[in-house]
Design a protein around this ligand. Structure first.
Ligand code: NAI
Ligand SMILES: CC/C=C\C[C@H](O)/C=C/C=C\C=C\C=C\C(=O)[C@@H](O)C/C=C\CCC(=O)O
Length: 229
């Protein structure tokens, strides 16, 4: 049986999403309020998940936001949040410490490899997620802990994040040039399900470790190839 914990800082949205899913999956979906920028909150959330279900197999490290008006906060949420969650999750998942191994999938972005002057802190945070993922996966300790790590690098996806930036009408400076962002946001966007499909492939394909999956409207998903120095 697949059991899912939805963890998010937005309790109202998290609860309503969980109720929606419960119509199909009954008690197999639970919501826990969590702030990935707060170490105690992350420990509390993953501790509760382990206590409720006995073990952790799959982590979707997905929380993130675009807020160029707060560049340090952007790094703290998008990059440090990913590292924080991964570290606590590892304490439960490691096969050599009583866990069963598994997979952590971090959400990076196309902007982690393709710079955009419009959101330098966001791009830096996502480049960091890619670097963290690839470095983590290279560790020879994998043979002991058995936790794979991969990341997703989607182009623009039709989600509330994009709409949220557009709705603000540029006043709060979530991007540096609102008109350029609006232009980019009017180009064809991915559906969230296109990203979810790649997520499922990464879970199922046990040969994948350290992959950064490029997902765009231009063609099928593929591994990003990085130069070797
Ligand atoms: N929408 C897009 O075009 C793309 C989005 N991404 C990334 O995908 C991920 C998901 O974003 P979307 O679904 O697009 O946006 P979204 O705004 O719908 O989802 C982001 C979620 O993160 C949560 N969150 C924010 N701060 C948090 C915190 N401190 N602790 C816990 N949860 C927190 C929000 O409440 C929200 O539910 C993000 O990491 C984003 O950077 C990557 C590429 C493209
Ligand atoms: C701004 C980033 C938006 C969403 C983040 C998401 O993680 C991934 C997005 C993928 C691509 C986004 C590209 C956005 C680019 C820009 O906003 C600017 O660099 C301007 C882009 C296009 C303008 C084209 C032109 O000037 O002719």
């Amino acid at each position: 049986m697949q059991l899912v914990i939805i963890a998010d800082i937005d309790a109202a949205k998290g609860t309503s999403t969980t109720s929606e899913l419960a119509t199909e999956y009954a008690d197999n979906v639970t919501f826990i309020e969590c702030d990935v920028t707060n170490q105690e909150s992350v420990e509390d959330t993953l501790g509760k998940a382990k206590d409720t279900y006995g073990r952790l197999d799959i982590i979707s490290n997905n929380a993130g936001a675009m807020m160029e008006n707060d560049p340090i906060g952007t790094i703290n949420l998008n990059l440090c949040g990913v590292i924080r969650v991964a570290a606590v999750a590892m304490s439960y998942m490691r096969a050599d410490k009583g866990g069963s191994g598994g997979i952590i999938i971090n959400t990076a972005s196309l902007t982690g490899v393709k710079p955009s002057y419009n959101c330098p802190a966001y791009c830096a945070s996502k480049s960091g997620v890619i670097g963290f993922t690839r470095s983590f996966a290279m560790n020879p300790d994998f043979d002991l802990h058995k936790v794979r790590m991969n990341c997703l690098c989607p182009g623009m996806v039709d989600t509330p994040m994009i709409q949220g930036v557009l709705d603000e009408d540029g006043k709060e400076g979530r991007v540096l040039n609102f008109d350029r962002f609006r232009y980019a946001a009017n180009l064809p966007q991915l559906k969230p399900s296109a990203v979810a499909d790649v997520f499922i492939d990464l879970v199922e394909n046990e040969s994948k470790n350290g992959a950064a999956m490029l997902i765009t409207v231009e063609g099928p998903p593929r591994d990003i190839e990085f130069p070797i120095y």
